[in-house]
Design a binder for this molecule. Structure first.
Ligand code: GRF
Length: 214
């Protein structure tokens, strides 16, 4: 049975599209059970509907605090009993309650070679630092923002003189490769979260698998 997966978005959903395409091509054995957005105008909702995936949307503005919103989201997700939660441009910080509720089952992709540059403006920060390599990292979500155990990173060489926008475009293309791959590792049970650590093929890992791209 394919792993029941919920994908959470807030925007364009190009990573969501990469999942849809990989599943359609038979390259990724996940069941995309629901796409959830906190924004009704997120273009990713249209991508999901076009692919025949059920969607749900709850706007966070109507909630008193972070946890009550998260509890409403979890209720939507629990209806499909997801085994995996994929954050794909979901622009909300998750409450400790939510992280614990789905412990070890939440993945995020962050556009930097973590542990470098958690937070925002990662591409400009990599350029400003004169980094030779930049990229994106898929990790299990813990309470620490962008700090959970890493599974897979995709890196590329920074081109001298390129802008943050150009770099971002290239990093996004990398994300569309590594995110479905990493989710496939988790969905198949090869990568698991246990006791705060990532295990790959049964072995605890402290460093992610790294793929290099041109
Ligand atoms: C990605 O670049 C990801 O790294 C970040 O949010 C962005 C989402 O883009 N967490 P998209 O909506 O999948 O196009």
């Amino acid at each position: 049975m394919a792993c029941r997966t919920a994908i959470l978005i807030s925007g364009s959903g190009t990573n969501l599209q990469a999942f849809i395409d990989a599943v359609a091509a038979g390259d990724l054995d996940l069941e995309l059970s629901i796409v959830f957005s906190n924004r009704p105008d997120a273009y990713g909702l249209e991508r999901a509907a076009r692919a025949g995936i059920p969607t749900a949307c709850i706007e966070h503005g109507q909630f008193e605090d972070r946890e009550s919103f998260d509890r409403a989201v979890a209720a939507e997700l629990d209806a499909v009993q997801p085994e995996l939660i994929v954050l794909a441009g979901f622009m909300r910080i998750l409450s400790p309650w939510f992280v614990e509720h789905f412990e070890g089952r939440i993945l995020n992709i962050h556009p930097a070679l973590l542990p470098k540059y958690p937070g925002l403006n990662t591409h400009q920060r990599a350029l400003d630092a004169g980094d030779e390599w930049h990229g994106s990292t898929v990790h299990f979500v813990t309470e620490e923002l962008d700090g959970g155990p890493r599974i897979l990173a995709g890196r590329l060489r920074v081109i001298p003189g390129e802008s943050a926008d150009e770099l971002q475009t290239r990093v996004q293309a990398v994300e569309h490769q590594i995110y479905p791959e990493a989710a496939g590792l988790v969905g198949s049970g090869r990568a698991v979260f246990r006791d705060g650590q990532a295990l790959l093929d049964g072995e605890p890992t402290t460093e992610p698998v790294v793929r290099s791209f041109a």
